[in-house]
Design a protein around this ligand. Structure first.
Ligand SMILES: NC(=O)c1ccc[n+]([C@@H]2O[C@H](COP(=O)([O-])OP(=O)(O)OC[C@H]3O[C@@H](n4cnc5c(N)ncnc54)[C@H](OP(=O)(O)O)[C@@H]3O)[C@@H](O)[C@H]2O)c1
Length: 259
């Protein structure tokens, strides 16, 4: 007989990149859904403030500073748990938008390290704990960049294709074990830091990404989608969910209103 699945209230959800944007919103949503959330990111102050806010609101939340690319630190982090119900691999992002001819190899390396190796590190370290929960879920926050390319996007697109392949392959390899693998691929999401980080803090260039777009997705839209997928019954695996704003038909076809 399959092991009984404990209710959300006794289950732990680890969220990486919980210090801003989609990760912070997902931590909020999962806490509201009854999970005991563990917030991780490099910026300790930000995850601590969010954990305090969630705890004050009556939820269970703890902060654990972690760089997902630091394998020794990730392994140490994993020893804190006997079981984990949900792992949301959200930490990541883009650096630069240069053509292949002039892109910075170091930016490419960093994007691969964060978006792919970071996801690999957490997934490998926590897979035994997800198994032990009797109903584990790995979420990979990829991107529509993991499914189609665009000019100037190759470094990020390559990394997100890597994250997509990791999710697809893991699902094949662990079928029969009590762990689901869900990929969420968002299109354009206006978060406070994503475009700013991509363009090295250039606020004007970052603002242009969303210029004229009526309603880009918000971090909470994506968090809602993640939480919906995670809270389906255990036998329901949402393999891949692509979510875009209505104004975006593809990575390169975006409706922008004249100003
Ligand atoms: N915004 C979009 O349009 C969009 C679209 C599709 C997919 N996505 C993906 O969605 C995810 C979240 O994006 P976002 O828009 O919420 O961006 P964001 O606000 O820039 O958040 C990125 C998060 O990743 C964390 N992070 C970065 N490097 C890390 C590392 N080495 N170790 C641990 N944490 C690290 C950051 O925290 P610290 O700096 O504190 O470590 C931050 O919390 C990313 O994977 C991104 O690629 C975004």
């Amino acid at each position: 007989m399959a092991p009984a699945v404990p209710p959300a209230a006794s289950r732990i959800a680890v969220v990486t990149g919980a210090s801003s944007g989609i990760g912070a919103a997902t931590a909020r949503r999962l806490a509201e859904a009854g999970y005991r959330v563990v917030l991780t990111a490099r910026r300790k102050d930000r995850i601590e403030v969010l954990a305090e806010e969630l705890t004050a609101a009556g939820h269970s939340a703890t902060a654990y500073p972690l760089d997902v690319t630091d394998r020794a630190a990730v392994d140490e982090f994993a020893t804190a748990f006997r079981t984990v119900g949900v792992l949301v691999n959200n930490a990541g992002g883009a650096l630069g938008a240069d053509p292949v001819a002039t892109g910075d190899p170091q930016d490419w390396r960093t994007m691969y390290e964060t978006n792919v190796i970071g996801t690999l590190n957490l997934t490998q370290a926590l897979l035994p704990k997800l198994d032990a929960s009797g109903d584990g879920t790995v979420v990979v926050v990829s991107s529509t960049a993991g499914h189609a390319t665009y000019e100037g996007g190759a470094g990020y697109v390559a990394a997100k294709h890597g994250a997509h392949v990791l999710a697809e392959t893991l699902r094949l390899e662990i079928v029969g074990r009590p762990v689901r693998v869900i990929e969420i691929a968002p299109g354009m999401v206006r978060t406070e830091e994503f475009a700013l980080t991509r363009f090295g803090g250039d606020a004007d260039r970052a603002a242009k990404v969303y210029e004229g777009v009526a309603e880009p997705l918000t971090a909470d839209d994506v968090a809602d989608t993640i939480t919906w997928a995670v809270t389906r019954p255990p036998h329901v695996n949402i393999d891949l969910l692509v979510v875009r704003p209505r104004a975006q038909a593809s990575n390169t076809k975006v409706h922008r209103e004249a100003r």
